[in-house]
Ligand binder design. Sequence first.
Ligand SMILES: Cc1cc2nc3c(=O)[nH]c(=O)nc-3n(C[C@H](O)[C@H](O)[C@H](O)COP(=O)(O)OP(=O)(O)OC[C@H]3O[C@@H](n4cnc5c(N)ncnc54)[C@H](O)[C@@H]3O)c2cc1C
Length: 306
Amino acid sequence: MGSNALRKAAINEKAKDFLLSDEVLFKVVKKAADRYIGGETLDETTQKVLHCNSEGFKCSMEYMGESTYTEKEANEATNEFIRIAKEINNQSLNSTISLDLSHIGLAISKDLCLINLTALCDEAEKNNIEVIISAEGIDRTDAIIEMYKEISKTCKNTSITLQAYLHRTKDDFKDLIKEEGRIRIVKGAFETPKNLSIPRGKKLNDIYLNYVDQLLSKNHKCSIATHHHEIQQETKKLIQYYKVSSKIYEFESLYGIQTEQLTALKDDGYTTKLYFVYGKEWYLYLCNRIAEYPLNLFQALKDIVD
Ligand SMILES: Cc1cc2nc3c(=O)[nH]c(=O)nc-3n(C[C@H](O)[C@H](O)[C@H](O)COP(=O)(O)OP(=O)(O)OC[C@H]3O[C@@H](n4cnc5c(N)ncnc54)[C@H](O)[C@@H]3O)c2cc1C
């Protein structure tokens, strides 16, 4: 019930406007959001990335935002992602770029999206920066995979995210493992009709690990993007069993979530990565982080009071 209420709150425009227009309330809630975001700007995020790099984490950066529905918004978002690519180079950050294709035009037209994605990947390629395409709602999966395959022909540093909870991923995986690009495995965050996905639980965990096993055994570049402690521990065993190089895999967590688990992996010598998002749309991001794990509400209260 709590999760559903928060998901509703996240998309409630009136609640959002009220919060953003009230100076005191804004400051209070922002304190809770700060745990999960790089900041509101690229500059703030760069500082956090520099710090995390110095501690031995790789990082990924994303300019947060929802689907854009005008060409102007899609182009503006693309320019911000290009700015990230330049910043990574200028500041010598150990960071990749992550993005939703719908942010740079996929919800408008495939042509526009491909133009924008090409502009970003061309900039990133100049300095060997990896661009990781996120997975979105199942209604967009075909288009996202199509874009990925198209861009991979010219930009070798592009990676794709697959959602273990979708039944269709079994086939997508077989197809995409033939490509060289890194495959990031996530459980999946979007609501789907019941018959199209597997709910959280042992079955999904086993399927997730099976994908990881296949990737590691084939020495295919991959990202194990989960906060699930048991899955991380099982993955460690697989890495040792297959003697996988630290350049092939990475354990990846969202910044601010179960960071102590990722730190322990790093301290044990495993490759680890923190995923930063930044921007002004942090209200939605905060609600989603609490909704997916309602105990975070207590953490939010603590962050506000402290
Ligand atoms: C780097 C990265 C990239 C992602 N990209 C995508 C994407 O492109 N598309 C997509 O659909 N999804 C994406 N996700 C989200 C993903 O699909 C899951 O919804 C999310 O990671 C939570 O699932 P889980 O694997 O951590 O396992 P769960 O089974 O959801 O959680 C396992 C355990 O992890 C811990 N945990 C999980 N979430 C939280 C939280 N918010 N706060 C505190 N503890 C928590 C808890 O201990 C929980 O018991 C991404 C996740 C990561 C880490």
